[in-house]
Structures are given as C-alpha cells and as structure tokens.
Design a protein around this ligand. Sequence first.
Ligand SMILES: NC(=O)c1ccc[n+]([C@@H]2O[C@H](COP(=O)([O-])OP(=O)(O)OC[C@H]3O[C@@H](n4cnc5c(N)ncnc54)[C@H](O)[C@@H]3O)[C@@H](O)[C@H]2O)c1
Ligand SMILES: C[C@@H](CO)CCC[C@@H](C)[C@H]1CC[C@H]2[C@@H]3[C@H](O)C=C4C[C@@H](O)CC[C@]4(C)[C@H]3CC[C@]12C
Length: 410
Amino acid sequence: MADSAQAQKLVYLVTGGCGFLGEHVVRMLLQREPRLGELRVFDLHLGPWLEELKTGSRWGSLWRGGCGRFPIPSQAGIPTPAVEQMILVSVHMDGIRPVRVTAIQGDVTQAHEVAAAVAGAHVVIHTAGLVDVFGRASPKIIHEVNVQGTRNVIEACVQTGTRFLVYTSSMEVVGPNTKGDPFYRGNEDTPYEAVHRHPYPCSKALAEWLVLEANGRKVCGGLPLVTCALRPTGIYGEGHQIMRDFYRQGLRLGGRLFRAIPASVEHGRVYVGNVAWMHVLAARELERRAALMGGQVYFCYDGSPYKSYEDFNMEFLGPCGLRLVGTRPLVPYWLLVFLAALNVLLQWLLRPLLLYAPLLNPYTLAVANTTFTVSTDKAQRHFGYEPLFSWEDSRTRTILWVQATGGSAQ
Ligand SMILES: NC(=O)c1ccc[n+]([C@@H]2O[C@H](COP(=O)([O-])OP(=O)(O)OC[C@H]3O[C@@H](n4cnc5c(N)ncnc54)[C@H](O)[C@@H]3O)[C@@H](O)[C@H]2O)c1
Ligand SMILES: C[C@@H](CO)CCC[C@@H](C)[C@H]1CC[C@H]2[C@@H]3[C@H](O)C=C4C[C@@H](O)CC[C@]4(C)[C@H]3CC[C@]12C
C-alpha cells in the first residue's frame, strides 16, 4: 500500500506542460498534489511563465536552489536536452514541503528525449499535442506529434519502468463524425459512428487507442502499465487563444460579432481548471484503482451550460463589451460554405508566401454546426471526480482573463 501522502515524494512528468491546458495542470499539481517531490515540465516551447516560479509567487516563500542548466541523469549515455531546475518551497494546507520543478525543453517526436524525461517518473500526464484544425501543420507533422509522440511516451514508460500514464485525448475521438451526426448529451457508452477524415481527430483517435491498448503491458521491473484517457470537450478559460481571437475580432468590428451558427446547435464546453483537476485526480487514483480505471476513457465535464459555440463565448465576451448581432444566422449557410472553401484555396495559394490560417474552414464550420454535448458521471463513479470550479467561478475567472488581455497578444 502506498505510504502516507506526506511521506511520499513522487516524480510527475507533464508533457506539453507549457500549453493552455498543460500550464493549468502544472499549477494544479503544485497546489493540490501533496505527494509531489519533483515536477518535470516537458515542452517543445518552455513558457516565460515558468520564470515566475523562480522569483516567488502564489506558493508562499520560494527560493531557487540548484538552478542553472543541468543535464538530467543521462540514460546510458543518451544525450539529454538541457534542463533548468529550481527548488520551490510550496506552502500547502499540510505545511511546507519542497518541490523540485525541472523545466525540460524537448520534443515528444524524439524517443531518446522522451525516455530521458520519463526515466524515474512515477506518473506521466501526457498533454503534448498539435491542436491544429486550421491547416497550419501538414497531416504528416500532426501524425508525427500526436501519434508517434504518444507512442514514444508509451515506450518510454515501458522501457524505464514508469507505471502510470494519463493521456489527454479529446471529444473529437468520438465526433462530430464526417456525416455530421449530432451527439446529444451522450456518455462514454453512447453508440456513435466515430468516422473521421481530418488529420487531427484521426491522430487523436489513434493515439488514444495506443494508450488504452498499452494498459497492462509489463514495464521494466515486471509490473503492469496502467493507463487511462481523458476526453475534454471544448476547453475554455484563462489562456484560451481562440477566445482571445474572437475578442480581438469583435473589437475590430466595433464591439460586434455576427451570428453565423444557429443558437439551437449545442456545443459542450468545459473549464480548463476542472480539466486540470480531473487530470490530477485521475493520476492520483490510477494506482489505487488500477483494476477499475486501467484502460478506461473519461469525458471531461463540469457545470458549464449547454449553448451554441457563439452564445457560450458571449458569456465572457458580453461582459467585456461585445455584442452578438442577430438572433438567427445573419449569413446563409451556403455562403459560409463558400467562404470556408475560399479560405482553403487562399491558404493553398498563399502558403509559399505566408501562413494564412483563419478560424473558418470546411472542418471548423462543420464542427461548429454539429451538436456535440456530453452528460456523464463516469469520472465521479470511477475516481470521485467533482468539478473544483463552479460555473459561476469558471465564468468569472475567464471574464477577468479576457479583460486583462484586452485583446492583446498575451
Ligand atoms: N483546447 C481544447 O479545447 C482541447 C479539447 C480537447 C482536448 N485537447 C487536448 O489537450 C491537449 C493540450 O491542448 P491545448 O489546447 O493545451 O493545446 P496547446 O497547443 O496550448 O498545448 C500543447 C502543448 O504541447 C506542446 N507541444 C506541441 N508539440 C510538441 C512536441 N513535438 N514536443 C513537445 N511538446 C510539444 C506545445 O508547445 C504546447 O505547449 C492536446 O493533446 C489536445 O489535443 C484540447
Ligand atoms: C463558423 C465560425 C463563425 O463564428 C465559428 C468557428 C468556430 C470554430 C473555430 C470552433 C467551433 C468548435 C471548436 C472546436 C471544439 O471546441 C472542440 C475541439 C476539440 C479539441 O481537441 C481541439 C479544438 C477543437 C477542434 C475546437 C476548435 C475550434 C472550433 C472548431
């Protein structure tokens, strides 16, 4: 049986730890994981916010020891990415305990870099991915990062003996499918024809399958690997760049946004803090409830209301001064289809000169116009998940963030 939480000093690795969701997972672990001894933040692009962890902040008195660029223990002479270590003294309800935060600049498509980062970790929370439905990256790159990157994480766990892996999957593993079938308040067991063509959902579906298939594999040391996958719907909250893009678009249009999606199309959304909390809880409970949770998928959910994508965004953009014009779509659907197709043509023509990647394309238009909402309590039944942030709190935090960014590039 695991030692008491206070006595255990576990090593967690968060891949994609500097992303929109990843940063919230990192902060949630520092604030709410009493067993944490070392937190490895692995990302292709290390965020400037990591710097604030060195200069003292919300975690009480912080000091930075053992700083400087240290190579993490190399594995059999494999070159390792440069890392920066800082020691944090984080103040918790249970008193003060030191947590080592190790920032690792690395690439999940590079198996040796992943193996070096995973070695010695108790838990891996794998959020790193290329979230591209706008044509920015090629299908090959999307597959490389999302599928091969996930394969590298799995193999690193097996080779180095790390037993617990939580994977950030996506609602899009299920749908909307290529036929545009609605998924109305469905759950993990709802029958639905999950057929995809777009590189992103295809990559997420294959990566999720790899993670679930790996559950039970023997890792170095002979014990079984325990995996699960979490499927967030559309995540919102502090750091959501698409929300910021809509805000900036509205500011450019004189404080107005024009309805393009019928209000009747429901889109599931979930607050980033609750998604982060679900990851932390799943990672904690995966050991204790391995038989129940191993190989399972869980939709991420909270009390966020079911609304159309645009109406939901207005919950935050309205209090920031924007107005959504029209109770019905102001633009006929056929014109949106034409404009979406035109965007694809322009993206192709301009690619030798610049990256033109607008929000509107045939895929995003189809997703936006297809009802996809979840209603489930599987995470609550399996590992006691309850949203940490109420809808009101989630909404307030998001509004404050939008106001603070003021449409800036932050
Ligand atoms: N944003 C959403 O609405 C949403 C919904 C469901 C699932 N997800 C999933 O959540 C995860 C995080 O998404 P996000 O919205 O935070 O995206 P994000 O782009 O903000 O974060 C992804 C992070 O992964 C890192 N990354 C990308 N390629 C990498 C590589 N080759 N090696 C190492 N790091 C790499 C990026 O630098 C970034 O920090 C993704 O797996 C995504 O599929 C997101
Ligand atoms: C037609 C436009 C008029 O305003 C609106 C376009 C909105 C789209 C840009 C977004 C509508 C639904 C979004 C997706 C959804 O929230 C779930 C996702 C799964 C996640 O894994 C990645 C992000 C995304 C694909 C998300 C992307 C943006 C939308 C397509």
